[in-house]
Design a protein around this ligand. Sequence first.
Ligand SMILES: Nc1ncnc2c1ncn2[C@@H]1O[C@H](COP(=O)(O)OP(=O)(O)OP(=O)(O)O)[C@@H](O)[C@H]1O
Ligand SMILES: [Mg+2]
Length: 328
Amino acid sequence: MKTKAAVEVGKGNTKTIASDENGAIKKFMFPSAVRLEAHGALSSFRASHEANHHELFPIIDGTPFCVSTRPNQKIPDHKRSAPNDDFQASKAHDALLASALHVTGLRRVDVLVVGAPIETYQKHASRLKTLVGTLDFGLGRMIEVARTLVLPQTFGSLLAAKNEHVLERDEHVNHCVIDPGYFSTDILTTKGLRIDDARSFGFAFGTAAVYQKIADMLSAELRMPVSDLDRIEYSLRSSAAYWVHGRNINLRPYLDKVEPHIEALVIDIYGRLGGTEDISSILLTGGGSALYERAVRKVFHSSRVTLMPDPIHANARGYLIAGQAAAL
Ligand SMILES: Nc1ncnc2c1ncn2[C@@H]1O[C@H](COP(=O)(O)OP(=O)(O)OP(=O)(O)O)[C@@H](O)[C@H]1O
Ligand SMILES: [Mg+2]
């Protein structure tokens, strides 16, 4: 059986689904946090130390990076790329993609499927397609990639939703898929079985902007700097206690205070769609779905709103479906 790797290098998290020679499927996710690797006195000790076995050191065009493949951890010193960076064309992006391919354990990938954000699809798809051949990222194992497909990120969720019968496949039904991510929110609208270009777009506002606003409020109240967004994110998602400057703070009321900002973005989305009379359903997908749900249900109150199951992996699930079709 042909091997496939579906990789979504998001600006918040890198999501991967791999299918091996036997058709066995494995899922992986790690934060899209990269730092340049310095050759310090303890580099070789660190690389061999038990606690660091989740760290990878890919080399991209001669530049060594450090990527931690352990999910949901706070990694000081690791930076997520800022929204205006040309992320899909950056070395940091390639370091994450290299790490994602490495963790699959595959030596040969018959079909690799990756995504590019809707806003920059034209710009980045052609470069991403050239990621074929024998790829050596300095991770001790070369990977042979026979073919690479590039999909608009949110299109992955649409494919997965149809395949998983979350959305009808009917050609008379138009869908709008909203994909809130860490630094951006992508919107993809269909017209029958085609993509409606004019109503598919991206916004440079994601969950990080929500956490930033909470951090700013806390900082103003405590009169102390609050900059660690990951700890705010983790506490909100898992309902874990949030400690900052020695105080235990309940973040729920702060989430209510930022709700109008989320709503304002969703109203902008509604405006750019130019009405929803021909849209049968709104599909919420992506890791930020839960954070946006309340605002989406309120603003799109006359539409059916569906939540994608396991939304954070949904784009990658769709890429795998596209990869399976291409491998036939
Ligand atoms: N298990 C999880 N681990 C980490 N983040 C999670 C998890 N489940 C949900 N999330 C949420 O996912 C959000 C990020 O969404 P997602 O991973 O889809 O963004 P992204 O695709 O990387 O970013 P972008 O679309 O801007 O490039 C975070 O705000 C976080 O709250
Ligand atoms: Mg995303």
